[in-house]
Design a protein around this ligand. Structure first.
Ligand SMILES: Cc1cc2nc3c(=O)[nH]c(=O)nc-3n(C[C@H](O)[C@H](O)[C@H](O)COP(=O)(O)OP(=O)(O)OC[C@H]3O[C@@H](n4cnc5c(N)ncnc54)[C@H](O)[C@@H]3O)c2cc1C
Length: 359
C-alpha cells in the first residue's frame, strides 16, 4: 500500500522510521492506567498530509487496500482512541494548522491540526477567546477536540466543543471531501457538521473547522470558598443555575465523604462590573449553604495552574509511556451525571475504592 500511495501522491510526507511509528501508535491510555491488557501495535507508517487533497489520496488508497487509518492530533486522548491496536497507517493532521479569524462574525477557521493554544493565541489581539479550555490546551488539536467532543474548564459558559462548531471540512471513508456551510446561530433542520462531532474519526477525518468564539471578558474573578460538605458545594452550584448567576467555571472538591469539608472554586467573568455582581450574589448563596469565602490568592493560584498537569504529561516522554501513573498513585475517569445523582455516584465510587483497597 505504501508504494502505491507514494506513486499516487508523491508530495505526501510519509514517515516509516520505527521511532516515529512507535511514538505515533500510543495516546494517553496505557497499561498503567488500569488497562494491563492494553497493548499498542507499531503503526505501518505515519502520513502527514498538507491539505485535504493529500488526505483524500491517503484515504482512497487505504480503502482500496483494506488498511485501517487512525486519525491523530496531539495524541492526548485518554481512552486509546488514537492508539494503534492492529496494523494501520496513522494520519497525523498537525501540518494542517492554519488559523484565520473573522472578528466581526466571532468566527475562527482553523486547520484540524492547529493546537487549541495556537488558536487562542491568534484570537487574543482581536479581543476574542476560544472558549474550549481543557487541561491539554497546549497539545490537543482542533480535530482531536472535535473527535472527542471535548469539554474544558470554561464548559459552564461555553459548553462542549460541539456548541462551537459552525461548519466542518472533512474527508469521508471513500475519499470524498465534504464541506458544510456555516449555519446562522439560530437555524432549523439537520446540521451535518454536528454529526461528525464526538465520533473519534470513525465517520470521517476532519480537516478544517469553523468555530464560534467568545468575547474576551473585561474582567475575570476567581473566588474560593470553604464549604461544610461536598453536597453543600453542589447545592450552591444548583442555586446559582436556578437564580441566573452566570458562572464561567465551577469546581467542588473534597478529600472524603461527608462530614469532610469541601472546597469550592467559582470563576465569574464578563463586562466590567458584571462579574462582581454575579460574585456578590453567589457569596450570599455560599453563606446560606453554611460556607464562607476562603483565600482568593489560593483560588487564583489553583486556576492559574490548571494546565500544569497536562504540560508535565506532554513534556515528559516517560510520562507519555505511563511513568507519571506507574504504581497507580493517581488516575481518573470522567463521567457525566445529573446534578441530583452526584452525591450517590460519589458515594458508590468511594465504596469501590475502599473495597479494592485503593485508598
Ligand atoms: C493530563 C490530561 C488532561 C486532559 N484534560 C482534558 C480536559 O480537560 N478536557 C477534555 O475534553 N479532554 C481532556 N483530556 C483528553 C484529551 O486531551 C482530549 O480528548 C483532546 O481533545 C484530544 O485531542 P488530541 O488532538 O490530542 O486528539 P488525539 O488524542 O490525537 O485523538 C483523539 C480522538 O480524536 C480522533 N481525531 C484526532 N484528530 C481527528 C480529526 N482531525 N478528525 C477526526 N477525528 C480525529 C482520534 O482518532 C481519536 O479518536 C486530557 C488528557 C490528558 C492526558
Amino acid at each position: 500500500m505504501l508504494e502505491g500511495l507514494r506513486a499516487t501522491c508523491p508530495t505526501l510526507a510519509l514517515d516509516t522510521a520505527p521511532d516515529a511509528c512507535e511514538a505515533a501508535s500510543v495516546d494517553a491510555l496505557n497499561p498503567f492506567r488500569a488497562r494491563p491488557d492494553f497493548v499498542a501495535v507499531r503503526a505501518l507508517a505515519v502520513a502527514e498530509p498538507a491539505d485535504a487533497g493529500e488526505l483524500s489520496a491517503v484515504v482512497r488508497s487505504a480503502a482500496a487496500e483494506g488498511v485501517p487509518l487512525v486519525a491523530r492530533g496531539g495524541g492526548s486522548g485518554l481512552m486509546g482512541a488514537a492508539a494503534v491496536v492492529r496494523p494501520a497507517v496513522v494520519v497525523d493532521l498537525r501540518r494542517m494548522n492554519a488559523v484565520a479569524i473573522d472578528a466581526d462574525a466571532c468566527l475562527v477557521r482553523a486547520g484540524a491540526g492547529a493546537t487549541l493554544a495556537s488558536v487562542e493565541e491568534a484570537l487574543v489581539p482581536h479581543g476574542l477567546m476560544l472558549g474550549h479550555d481543557p487541561w491539554t490546551v497546549g497539545v490537543a488539536t482542533v480535530g482531536g477536540a472535535i473527535g472527542t467532543n471535548g469539554l474544558g474548564y470554561l464548559g459552564a459558559r461555553a459548553g462542549s466543543i460541539a456548541a462551537q462548531v459552525q461548519a466542518l471540512e472533512a474527508v469521508l471513508a471513500d475519499g470524498r471531501i465534504v464541506r458544510t456551510r456555516p449555519s446562522p446561530a439560530r437555524s432549523v433542520g439537520l446540521d451535518p457538521a454536528r454529526l461528525l462531532v464526538g465520533t473519534e474519526g470513525t465517520l470521517g477525518i476532519v480537516t478544517e473547522a469553523t468555530l464560534a468564539v467568545l468575547p474576551r471578558p473585561e474582567e475575570r474573578l476567581v473566588r474560593g470558598y470553604r464549604m461544610p460538605s461536598f453536597e453543600a458545594g453542589v447545592a450552591v452550584a444548583a442555586r446559582c443555575r436556578r437564580t441566573g448567576i452566570r458562572i464561567a467555571s465551577l469546581d467542588v472538591s473534597a478529600e472524603d465523604l461527608p462530614p469532610a469539608p469541601a472546597s469550592l472554586l467559582i470563576v465569574f467573568d464578563g463586562l466590567r462590573g458584571e462579574a462582581h455582581l454575579h460574585a456578590e450574589r453567589a457569596l450570599a448563596l455560599v453563606h446560606a449553604a453554611g460556607g464562607e469565602a476562603s483565600s482568593d490568592a489560593e483560588a487564583a493560584e489553583k486556576w492559574a495552574a490548571r494546565h500544569a498537569i497536562a504540560e508535565r504529561w506532554a513534556a515528559s516522554r516517560n510520562a507519555r509511556a505511563g511513568g507519571w501513573l506507574r504504581g497507580g498513585q493517581f488516575d481518573y475517569a470522567h463521567v457525566g451525571v445529573p446534578l441530583a445523582a452526584l452525591g450517590e455516584v460519589r458515594a458508590a465510587a468511594h465504596a469501590l475504592i475502599r473495597r479494592h483497597r485503593l485508598d
